[in-house]
Design a protein around this ligand. Sequence first.
Ligand code: FES
Ligand code: FES
Length: 161
Amino acid sequence: MTTINLTVNGKAVSVDVEDRTLLVHLLRDHLNLTGTHVGCDTSQCGACVVHVDGRAVKSCTMLVGEADGTSVTTIEGLAQGDQLHPMQAAFRDNHGLQCGFCTPGMIMSAIDIVKRHGGKLDEATVRHGLEGNICRCTGYHHIVKSVLDAAGRMNLANAAE
Ligand code: FES
Ligand code: FES
């Protein structure tokens, strides 16, 4: 067993877990943050993406020891009270989801893509950036539309700050 100290969605947490525990299982099984999904055992689907120190990471690929001391944001940490994050709102408004299983990972990856590319985002860049996220329902068209819409909303919000 090992004690892992990290910040999750702005709150300091300390958890005793086995060394071999993956970050996704710490989040889901120990902190009950089940919005982060497990969709494969081959690190391919992207349903488990969270932010670790501000960068998108597949949490099924990270051992808890690597996450010790970091700041993690999950899908549960995006909204401010009743106000959705612009990426969440854009997915809602552009029909960017159907069953919703892939959506938390898509949204966490998409926010990272927008932050990295800012105003230089186009459809090809979004599609390339989301290659590590698999959706079985939507055909991706509305997901890409959502991300491009959200990029505008996020850049506007940043410009206003
Ligand atoms: Fe599929 Fe992590 S659960 S990539
Ligand atoms: Fe169903 Fe993407 S909305 S897997």
